[in-house]
Design a protein around this ligand. Structure first.
Ligand SMILES: Cc1ncc(COP(=O)(O)O)c(C=O)c1O
Ligand SMILES: [Zn+2]
Length: 379
């Protein structure tokens, strides 16, 4: 198709595309997929999208799979962009939207990344996939691996929401629960993968999950009729969704679909695990590991992200910001909603601006969090 090569996001070293690769062979930073966008735009036009399949594979020319037969799909993407009028009124803002990613297969936006990653793993000949996960990525991988008839090995913290554990077990994954955080699970995958013959699909440690997630950016543009919103509020763990959207905007500009203007990217983290917020405030390009990470937002409990510099670069270049919210605030509303309130109160977002909140996953997976003492005291 239109893939030309993989490029290191840090040192720019080129890598061959048609091989199973993880990180840059020189500097061990993430690899990004590069396309011949001149060629892509010959058939991928705004008009051509009308009537295409109602999932993320509608953007076929800017997705990495070579042979259509290798696409592993469960109907991911092309989720609704809902205008939240009543909520907007309540907050005093007129143009508030929710991109509802809970409607994806396995109920989170992680389906996007895993559809692309598992498709490519299948195409490039991997047989066993392994992933450390805070929960939703695991559920998504388990489902896509089952769809592709690939074996998968999942490592999650022992206190991961039960729904995430059960969905993996029920779709036939090998599940290991570990004492520790996602970083400890990642270290276990790294330690064992060579001997076990696993392909590591940790986010941003393989080049394709971000390709699936970038379709969030294409969809927003298409759903807003090729005008991007003013502000995007995104709950950040590993940051792949934010990094992916930023990449999509760059590609769309190169294809002549949008101009140079960008939404202000606002990253939201839990105050008990806010490495990006801290690095942003301190003016650092790389984030230190956040000590004693703890939050009920299990998907955001990522004390160290390999793509930290890509998140921080995008947030800064966009004129955005990084905000943390407490677990009490999170349970009383949701992280993103709380962030909008703060931004409006600080006049960092104007009431007539177009704001998109990301509902990255379904609340029903977090029954434990909502029945804890913490939520009782917050009401
Ligand atoms: C529901 C939910 N939202 C957000 C995130 C963070 O996503 P990202 O890694 O793209 O920052 C996760 C990650 O596990 C998640 O499960
Ligand atoms: Zn490099």
């Amino acid at each position: 198709m239109n893939v030309t090569h993989l490029e290191c996001a840090a040192c720019r070293l080129e890598h061959e595309a048609r091989r199973l690769l993880n990180l840059c062979r020189e500097c061990k930073k993430p690899l990004l997929v590069r396309y011949d966008l001149e060629r892509a735009r010959a058939t991928l036009t705004k008009e051509s999208l009308v009537g295409r399949r109602a999932d993320l594979w509608r953007y076929r020319e800017v997705l990495p799979v070579e042979d259509d037969a290798n696409i592993v799909s469960l109907g991911e993407g092309w989720t609704p962009l809902l205008q939240a009028k009543r909520l907007g009124n309540k907050l005093g803002t007129r143009r508030l939207y929710i991109k509802d990613e809970s409607q994806n297969p396995t109920q989170s936006f992680k389906a996007r990344g895993m559809s692309a990653a598992v498709s490519m793993a299948k195409e490039l000949g991997a047989e066993k996939l392994a992933v450390p996960s805070a929960g939703n990525a695991a559920g998504a991988l388990a489902a896509y691996a089952a769809r592709a008839a690939l074996e998968c090995f999942i490592f999650m913290p022992r206190d991961t929401p039960r729904a995430n554990v059960v969905e993996c077990e029920q779709t036939g994954a090998h599940v290991t629960l570990m004492d520790g955080l996602i970083t400890d699970c990642g270290a276990e995958v790294a330690r064992r993968k060579e001997a076990e013959g696993w392909f590591d699909v940790s986010t941003l440690k393989e080049p394709y999950r971000v390709e699936g997630k970038k379709t969030l950016g294409y969809e927003l543009a298409e759903q807003f009729n090729w005008e991007l919103p003013d502000v995007i509020i995104y709950p950040t763990g590993g940051g792949t969704g934010l990094i992916g959207m930023w990449k999509a905007f760059e590609e769309m500009e190169q294809m002549g679909w949008i101009g140079p203007e960008r939404p202000r990217m606002v990253t939201v983290q839990a105050s008990g695990c806010a490495p990006i917020v801290r690095a942003f405030a301190e003016g650092k390009r790389f984030a230190d590991e956040f000590p004693n990470a703890e939050t009920v937002a299990s998907g955001l409990r990522v004390p160290k992200a390999i793509g930290d510099f890509l998140i921080l670069d995008a947030v800064r270049a966009s004129g955005g910001t990084a905000i943390s919210v407490t677990d009490e605030e999170l349970l009383a509303a949701t992280g993103c909603l709380r962030a909008v309130r703060k931004l409006l109160a600080d006049n960092a977002v104007k009431t007539n601006e177009r704001i998109v909140l990301f509902n990255t996953g379904a609340g029903v997976k977090y029954l434990e969090a909502f029945s804890s003492d913490l939520s009782e005291t917050s009401h």
